[in-house]
Design a protein around this ligand. Structure first.
Ligand SMILES: [Zn+2]
Length: 142
């Protein structure tokens, strides 16, 4: 059982962990798009809260374990993260330049995937169908 002294000593560490998690969550909440680990680190490395690339990675993994972020593979295979969970039964239309994403529903595809799974004796079917393109903002010259 932790003593009062240990609890007091751990408080600054807990505060730093909470602060770093908050800056990661704030960045993720700043737009409806997917981030690679590197993009998120590049965004945060010059901020007020010192944070290392490995800490950003650890926080992202933890948030994913807690079902607070959904993940997606970019076309070149990098894992990308966005705030929100993946159980919404949606698919994504993703900008390959900035990671901006629109969610959409394709019931016919989901129903077909379910039937196909049953036909081959599969259960617990999860159908991922993502579309990649260039969003309006990235296409328009500034
Ligand atoms: Zn874009």
């Amino acid at each position: 059982m932790p003593t009062r002294t240990q609890g007091t000593r751990l408080q600054p560490i807990r505060r730093r962990i909470a602060e770093r998690t908050r800056v990661v969550l704030d960045a993720l909440a700043s737009g409806d798009h997917f981030w690679t680990h590197q993009q998120l680190y590049d965004e945060l490395r010059t901020g007020d809260v010192p944070i290392s690339a490995s800490t950003v990675y650890r926080i992202l993994r933890k948030l994913h374990e807690l079902d607070q972020v959904e993940t997606l593979r970019s076309e070149d295979g990098k894992l990308m993260y966005r705030l929100g969970n993946a159980d919404g039964g949606h698919h994504n239309l993703v900008c390959r330049r900035c990671g901006h994403a629109e969610r959409f529903i394709l019931e016919a595809l989901d129903q077909r995937a379910e039937r196909l799974g049953r036909q081959f004796g599969f259960s617990d079917i999860d159908c991922r169908f993502d579309i990649y393109g260039i969003c309006r903002n990235c296409r328009t010259p500034t």
